[in-house]
Ligand binder design. Structure first.
Ligand code: NAP
Length: 309
């Protein structure tokens, strides 16, 4: 771990593709960024089995892609601090005071929030055991592995419906498991879903157990109507029950939407000097390449902001 910096022109919070791309760009511009890694480096992708939609790599393990980004940022002079951010406050002279999990503090002129969001879990037995062994949170990333197979998506929002439709490009049969008798997804998506022969909606059902051997092979469903249970055989389960933004430490400083995502226009938040990039931004595409693109964009605005002062 690098020595704690007491003052920095730029502190980047989060070590996913947005934060690391911002570090690479700003380090190349000579800014000496400090990057708060959090508890573990690499963001959500560190746990992604294989990434097949990042340009330049036909297929790359998420761990390898993120380690490449980390070492690139480090070689260029980024200072990594393996701690989490507890709080950001306005300091004197248009500066910000960041309190870390160790209780140490950094003063910064600009802050880039790139802490992303975490996928909500079902919190049922078997979910952790079969995570990345059949249980996935990203159809775009893992869907192509299920060509000709039977899979299921759980959830009733836009993401679940879009993922179910997307999965029909590969899977032979797609169950959409939802705990109610109506979807919250937008109507145009529902129309597409209901007209797709490969999709079968399982209404009023909750998953209570995820089972398998080496990999997932079935889920146990319980009816919310009469509590009856039945097993459903499938090889892939895509959990799409919403996401939780990691923005608690900054919500009183910048404007957020009703779900806690940061509202940012061209990465600029409602607080001058505080920027946001990647999945933490309200309305973001939630794809690694998009987050990396925002990491590049935010570096331009940080440099502009610092140059103008
Ligand atoms: P969401 O809208 O919050 O939907 C989550 C779904 O998961 C809901 O149907 C919910 O059921 C269900 N759910 C939650 N917890 C569950 C649990 N423990 N077990 C089973 N089911 C559970 O999340 P999202 O679909 O990820 O969308 C997030 C936001 O992004 C939304 O505002 C959405 O409109 C937006 N989005 C937009 C697009 C687009 O193209 N316009 C695409 C994707 C996402 P209930 O319905 O019963 O609550």
């Amino acid at each position: 771990m690098a020595n704690m910096s007491e003052y920095s022109e730029l502190v980047i919070v989060g070590s996913g593709p947005a934060g690391l791309t911002c570090a690479i760009y700003t380090a190349r511009s000579g800014l000496s960024p400090v990057l708060l890694v959090g508890q573990a480096p690499g963001g959500q992708l560190i746990n992604t089995d294989t990434i097949e939609n990042y340009p330049g790599f036909k297929s790359i393990p998420g761990y390898e892609l993120m380690m490449n980004m980390l070492s690139q940022a480090e070689e260029l002079g980024t200072q990594f601090i393996y701690q989490s951010l507890e709080r950001i406050e306005r300091g004197e002279g248009n500066r910000f005071r960041l309190s870390l999990s160790s209780a140490e503090q950094i003063v910064a002129r600009t802050v880039v929030i790139a802490t992303g969001a975490t996928h909500r879990r079902l919190n049922v037995p078997g979910e952790e055991e079969f995570s990345n062994k059949g249980v996935s949170w990203c159809a775009t990333c893992d869907g192509p592995m299920y060509r000709g197979k039977t899979v299921a998506v759980v959830g009733g929002g836009n993401t679940a419906v879009m993922e179910a439709i997307f999965l029909t490009n590969f899977a032979e049969h797609v169950f959409l498991i939802h705990r109610r008798d109506s979807l919250r997804a937008e109507k145009y998506l529902q129309d597409k879903l209901f007209s797709n022969d490969k999709i079968e909606v399982v209404w009023n059902s909750e998953i209570v157990q995820i089972s398998g051997n080496e990999r997932l092979n079935s889920v146990l469903l319980r009816s919310v109507i009469d509590n009856s249970e039945r097993a459903l055989a499938l090889l892939g389960l895509f959990v799409a029950v919403g996401t939780t933004p990691s923005s608690g430490f900054v919500s009183d400083l910048v404007e957020t939407d009703g779900d806690g995502y940061i509202i940012a226009r061209d990465t600029k938040t409602s607080c001058a000097g505080v920027f946001a990039a990647g999945d933490i931004v309200s309305g973001s595409l939630k794809q690694a390449v998009f987050a990396a693109g925002q990491g590049a964009l935010v570096s331009k605005y940080v440099e502009e902001y610092l140059g103008a002062r």
